[in-house]
Ligand binder design. Structure first.
Ligand SMILES: Nc1ncnc2c1ncn2[C@@H]1O[C@H](COP(=O)(O)OP(=O)(O)OP(=O)(O)O)[C@@H](O)[C@H]1O
Ligand SMILES: [Mg+2]
Length: 251
C-alpha cells in the first residue's frame, strides 16, 4: 500500500478537493482508502455523507476504540472512506498524553488491504498532520498560485524534516501541486516560475486550473467526474492522477 498525505498548513489551498478527486481516479483501477483527518469533515461531506450516516470515524479508529473495517464507508466499488466526525476537533488534546501519539494512524493502517490510502489533512501542522506524515510514504503539497505560497512551503518542509528524523525516515515529497491556477494572471505565472526555480522537478507538471465546477461539485456531494466530466477540473485531476502513478512507480 502506498500512503499519500495531502498536506499544507495553509487553509483553502485545495487539499480536500485534491484528495477527493485524485482518489476517485485512482479508484477506477485500484483499491483506494480515502481518509478524512480534518474535523471540518469537508471530505466526508463532499463524498455525500452526513454525520448520521457514520458508524465510526477517524477519531475512534485513531483512539483505538474502533477497528478500521468497522468505521469505513463504501463509496464505489474499490473506494472506501474513513470519515471524520466533529469530535476530531478535540483529538489534539485528547491524544496529547497518549503514548505513541504520533503513530496512531500508522498503527490503524497496519493491516489495511488497499493499494492506496489518500489522507486529507487539516490546515495545521498539529498532531493529526504529524500522524498523517508518520503513516505516509509520500506527501502531496497543494499550493495556491499566490505570493505567500512559497514561504508556506518552507514551514511544511521543516515539519516533514522533523518527522523524517524522529518518526518516519522513508517519508518523501511526492510533489508540489499548483492549484487555482489562472494563466491569464501574471502573478500566477510568476508564482509558477518561482516554484519551478526553487523546487524544480518536485513541482507536478500538471497544474489544477481555477475552475468553478470544482467549487460547485462538493455542494452536490459529488466528485468532479460525476458532476462535470468535461470540465477543466476533471481534465486536470485526470492528468494529475497519471503523473501521480508515474511518480509512485519511480519511488
Ligand atoms: N481549482 C479550483 N478552482 C476553483 N475552486 C476550487 C478549486 N480547488 C478547490 N476549490 C474550492 O475552493 C475551496 C477550498 O478548497 P478545499 O476545501 O479543497 O481546500 P482545503 O485546502 O482542503 O481547505 P482547508 O484548509 O479549509 O481544509 C472549496 O470551496 C473548493 O471547492
Ligand atoms: Mg480541507
Amino acid at each position: 500500500m502506498y500512503v499519500c498525505a495531502v498536506a499544507n498548513q495553509k487553509g483553502g489551498v485545495g487539499k480536500t478537493t485534491t484528495a477527493h478527486n485524485l482518489g476517485m481516479v485512482l479508484g477506477r483501477k485500484k483499491k483506494v482508502l480515502l481518509i478524512d483527518l480534518d474535523a471540518q469533515s469537508n471530505l466526508t461531506d463532499a463524498c455525500g455523507f452526513v454525520q448520521s450516516d457514520l458508524h465510526g470515524s477517524a477519531y475512534e479508529v485513531l483512539g483505538g476504540s474502533k477497528g478500521l473495517e468497522d468505521a469505513v464507508l463504501s463509496l464505489e466499488r474499490g473506494i472506501d472512506l474513513l470519515p471524520a466526525s466533529r469530535d476530531l476537533a478535540v483529538a489534539e488534546l485528547a491524544f496529547a498524553s497518549k503514548l505513541g501519539r504520533e503513530n496512531l494512524l500508522k498503527k490503524a493502517l497496519k493491516d489495511a488491504a488497499y493499494d492506496f490510502a489518500i489522507i486529507d489533512c487539516p490546515p495545521s501542522l498539529g498532531l493529526l498532520t504529524v500522524n498523517a506524515l508518520t503513516a505516509a510514504d509520500g506527501v502531496l503539497i497543494p499550493v495556491q498560485a499566490e505570493y505567500y505560497a512559497l514561504a508556506g512551503l518552507d514551514l511544511i518542509r521543516e515539519t516533514m524534516q522533523g518527522v523524517i528524523e524522529n518518526l518516519n525516515p522513508r517519508l518523501h515529497t511526492l510533489g508540489i501541486l499548483l492549484t487555482f491556477f489562472d494563466g491569464r494572471k501574471s502573478l500566477n505565472r510568476d508564482v509558477a516560475a518561482g516554484l519551478q526555480d526553487r523546487w524544480g522537478n518536485l513541482v507536478f507538471k500538471t497544474a489544477i486550473r481555477d475552475n468553478v465546477a470544482l467549487a460547485e461539485a462538493p455542494s452536490n456531494g459529488q466528485n468532479i467526474f460525476d458532476y462535470r466530466r468535461q470540465s477543466y477540473g476533471a481534465q486536470d485531476y485526470a492528468a494529475l492522477a497519471r503523473e501521480f502513478m508515474l511518480r509512485v512507480r519511480k519511488q
